[in-house]
Design a protein around this ligand. Structure first.
Ligand code: HEM
Length: 518
């Protein structure tokens, strides 16, 4: 474009002749009210922000592609799923990914000890698929009804606006299912060095559905080809002393210089039933599925090769959610997943607006690059998603006058469910065994870091919170309890008097541990 053409205009297309001075009576004012360009400029500025995400406010988006192997492990992908994106070897699907931290605000540190979001949007020919995951394989809670509570405990105090260990561990010490996640979070894995050097996990349990309508339970994994790297608290302090946005800078820079990061995608599979042989529930997101029993099966590789052009449009307005799945995938009854599935689109209608799906970054690139609905109107409606041959008068279905019609129905075997309506926890809670296995498989230096970081924060808590937390740590592992106890100046004798929580179900093995605590 020639320089002469680069003329600043208003959003109404009027050339701006003076962008330095308001219109005033004389050079010293008063200002006039009909000064359209000035008022538009300032009032748009006044509205530049949309509400930040209630969680995962700080994040960074990049684009790329997913290349399928056409297989799931050694078998054809079609054995488990009819989702088209996995069907053929070498098939490529465009993706957008948003990495994030969870608790801090939009401008907070990217080396905080915090889970990292790992949310991938696949723009498939059958519409979008979002895998909204984290870098840690498990979560703090297993029922969505507790999500506002766990997040409130981790967010700043509503009075002092400081993150307070006493509030966090007040909640966690009454939430024994969080011990597994806490053991991950306070280990060195709790501060990934960059977004490029971390794993991703779907965390919740989904289903795959094949052409015959047969289903299996699945969990998704991403492994970085760059390797995994983390920071200690001391290293993180140095990084954030210089730069709060170190992870975004690293990702943006790598893509700009053509050093494209890659992740292998894997899936774990189990038959779609309750698995009474396991002492944990496959629908419990505080549990991993041991890889020796449920091996990782390779499905494809994701490469990130393009940066955003505008942070607001593409990062602040991108909207991911667990409800966004394609044919060939399905929801399990995981009580976190169903709760999340309501929450994401609900918050996005509030945060971005009712027509958030019309924004380019969220628009599906369906079969013929378009979306056809009978939805009309709403704030900021940008277009009408008519089919080219659709009668524009027909925005309802069914119609015999040129309207849209349903797609062919695919076979499905809806689960047959019997039961009483209850508000009850899962039967097989088993809250300590996997945390124990994690503690035992850590290297010595990782255990040292865990004890130091967790013990250090617990030292700032009140005595009743310390006792309850220590009680759970002893239930996980004698050494875990003993070593954190040393930081706090306490032993098993100080916590032995505590009883299990009223709502807590202990296994027989846990009762034995309790009897011999410490
Ligand atoms: C973001 C709710 C659990 C990963 C969000 C947002 C909400 C939310 C409201 C903001 C979305 C937006 O404004 O666009 C919930 C609820 C949960 C839950 C109710 C539990 C019931 C989880 C879990 C994971 C997770 C278990 C990890 C597997 C994420 C990620 C984002 C996010 C990665 C950021 C998405 C983005 O980058 O735009 N969550 N969440 N959440 N959540 Fe959750």
């Amino acid at each position: 474009m020639a320089d002469d053409d680069k003329i600043l205009t208003t959003r109404q297309g009027h050339p701006v002749q003076n962008n330095q001075n308001q219109r005033t009576v004389g050079s010293r004012g008063p200002a006039t009210l009909e000064n359209y360009h000035f008022l538009e400029k300032i009032s748009h500025f006044d509205r530049e922000r949309i509400p930040e995400r209630v969680v995962h406010a700080r994040g960074f988006v990049a684009y790329g592609e997913f290349e399928a192997t056409g297989k799931i492990g050694d078998e054809p992908a079609s054995r488990y799923t009819r989702a088209k994106l996995f069907a053929e070897p070498g098939k490529k699907t465009e993706v957008a990914i948003r990495f994030s931290t969870v608790i801090g605000g939009r401008d907070s540190s990217e080396v905080a000890r915090d889970p990292r979001g790992f949310a991938v949007k696949f723009y498939t020919e059958d519409g979008n698929w979002d895998v909204v995951g984290n870098n840690l394989a498990v979560f703090f809670i297993r029922d969505a009804i507790k999500f506002p509570d766990v997040i409130h405990s981790l967010k700043p105090d509503p009075v002092t606006f400081r993150q307070e260990p006493n509030r966090i561990f007040d909640f966690m010490s009454q939430t024994p299912e969080s011990m597994h996640m806490l053991t991950h979070l306070f280990s060195p894995r709790g501060i990934p060095a960059t977004y490029r050097h971390m794993e991703g996990f779907g965390v919740n349990t989904y289903k795959m559905v094949n052409a015959a309508g047969e289903t299996v339970l699945v969990k998704f994994h991403w492994h970085p080809r760059q390797g995994v790297a983390s920071l200690t608290d001391e290293e993180a302090a140095k990084v954030q002393g210089q730069d709060l946005g170190s992870a975004s800078r690293d990702l943006y820079g790598a893509i700009e210089r053509g050093d494209f990061p890659q992740w292998d995608m894997y899936v774990q599979i189990m038959s779609d039933d309750e698995h009474p042989e396991l002492d944990w529930d496959p629908l419990d997101d505080t549990k991993i599925w041991p890889e020796d029993q449920f091996p990782l099966r390779h499905m494809g590789v994701m490469t990130l090769n393009r940066n955003v052009k505008d942070h607001h449009n593409e990062n602040e307005q991108i909207a991911m959610g667990t409800g966004v799945i394609v044919d060939g995938l399905d929801f399990s009854d995981d009580k976190m997943l169903v709760g999340r599935t309501f929450s994401y689109s609900d918050t996005q209608r509030y945060r971005v607006g009712p027509n958030y799906l019309q924004l380019p970054v969220n628009q599906p690139r369906g079969r013929d690059g378009a979306v056809h609905t009978n939805q009309r109107g709403g704030q900021m409606s940008y277009g009408v998603d008519l089919h080219p041959s659709q009668n524009p008068h027909v925005n309802y279905e069914p119609s015999v006058h040129g309207g849209l019609h349903e797609a062919e129905r695919q076979p499905n075997q809806p689960p047959e469910i019997h039961g009483h309506l209850v508000q009850a926890p899962l039967e097989r809670t088993n809250d300590y065994a996997q945390a124990r296995a994690r503690f035992e498989t850590m290297n010595d230096w990782e255990r040292d870091e865990l004890v130091k970081t967790l013990g250090g924060l617990l030292a700032d808590c009140e005595r009743d919170v310390q006792e309850r937390m220590l009680w759970h740590l002893f239930m996980v592992h004698d050494d875990y309890g003993r070593r954190v106890g040393e930081v706090l100046g306490m032993t098993a004798a100080d916590v032995r008097h505590l009883e299990p929580l009223a709502t807590q179900r202990l296994t027989d093995a846990e009762r034995t541990r309790l009897a011999n605590l410490g």
